[in-house]
Design a binder for this molecule. Structure first.
Ligand SMILES: C[S@@+](CC[C@H](N)C(=O)[O-])C[C@H]1O[C@@H](n2cnc3c(N)ncnc32)[C@H](O)[C@@H]1O
Length: 295
């Protein structure tokens, strides 16, 4: 069953394993911008809650069969560390986090969004991580154990969309939504848009959404659905590795920032590095503001 061109047929949410993709080009874009947004949101005194709707396992061994077989980390984070001196400043905090996980030698472990968010949050902040797979949730709990003692942490084996909608409705202060689905289910795009539209207090509930770039029709339809939610600010940063002419391949990725702090310059820098260093002919960077003015 296909609902729209390029939207994959329904598969179980239990099929996807991020271990195959950890540390790839798309993780670099998402995680560098996550750290840039968290830097802005943790400058004032007000506490911040991060709701990570699709948390994954928190830390990934790049020595595992999955990572070795895909080779994606070799084409991503390994290339970043090899170009440490040439990478733009926006990648420095991510490089530092990867180094912290790999104090000696080559990169063997890559930190996921829960690990990165927990490291960036302060005592008094809170992190809520949702992971639907029992095995990844189990790993997440073990992987985050050493970081406990700073921000308050809740790790739920649950549907992230439902948890986020419920927590936002409770309106517990300033909350960053990190929405990073596998997009393997036909309804992922619609569920993201529904969550964004349903935020009761958008100004205090910014969101960072990651999406794959396969074909423009799918991507444009998704952006239209976000624009219909009427956000005060909407910024889209794309890193394209190649032209978007094969809807069955991930030709690039995008980070969509909804009512979030202005990190357009950082987005241009990280997407530019990824497209230039990891992409090929027909790739490139595109950062656009679809709503609101830069502040
Ligand atoms: C792209 S990975 C997350 C990677 C992680 N955010 C990171 O950056 O390190 C997506 C994860 O979402 C999980 N997942 C899929 N559907 C879900 C749902 N409805 N609620 C919560 N987790 C879900 C998958 O099992 C997978 O581990």
């Amino acid at each position: 069953m296909r609902t729209r061109p390029g939207w994959r047929s329904w598969t179980s949410p239990l099929n996807y394993r991020h271990a195959f993709h950890a540390g790839n080009f798309a993780d670099l874009v998402k995680h560098a911008l996550l750290l840039a947004v968290l830097d802005r949101l943790t400058r004032g005194a007000e506490p911040l809650t991060v709701i990570d709707t699709h948390a994954g396992a928190g830390l990934y061994s790049l020595q595992d069969e999955a990572a070795r077989r895909s080779g994606e980390a070799q084409a991503g984070v390994a290339r970043l560390l090899a170009d440490e001196g040439g990478a733009p400043a926006v990648l420095t905090p991510l490089i530092a986090a990867v180094r912290e996980c790999n104090p000696i030698g080559e990169v063997q472990v890559y930190p996921g969004s829960p690990w990165l968010a927990m490291r960036a949050l302060r005592r008094g902040d809170a992190y809520v991580g949702c992971e639907i797979r029992p095995d990844d949730h189990h790993e997440l709990t073990a992987n985050l154990a050493p970081l406990r003692g700073g921000a308050k942490v809740e790790l739920l084996q649950a549907d992230g969309y439902a948890v986020a909608a419920q927590r936002l409705a409770q309106g517990r202060g300033r909350t960053l939504l990190l929405i990073d689905p596998p997009f393997e289910r036909a309804d992922d795009y619609a569920r993201v848009a529904e969550l964004i539209a349903g935020r009761p207090d958008p100004a205090r509930q910014p969101a960072l959404i990651w999406t794959p770039l396969k074909d423009l029709e799918t991507f444009d339809a998704f952006l239209d659905s976000l624009e219909r939610a009427g956000p005060a600010s909407l910024v889209v940063a794309q890193a394209r590795l190649r032209p978007l002419d094969d809807p069955m391949r991930m030709n690039g990725c995008a980070v969509v920032l909804v009512d979030a702090p202005d990190v357009e310059a950082e987005a241009r820098a990280v997407c530019g590095w990824v497209a230039a260093q990891l992409g090929g002919p027909g790739g490139g960077v595109r950062v656009e503001r679809l709503a609101g003015a830069a502040t």
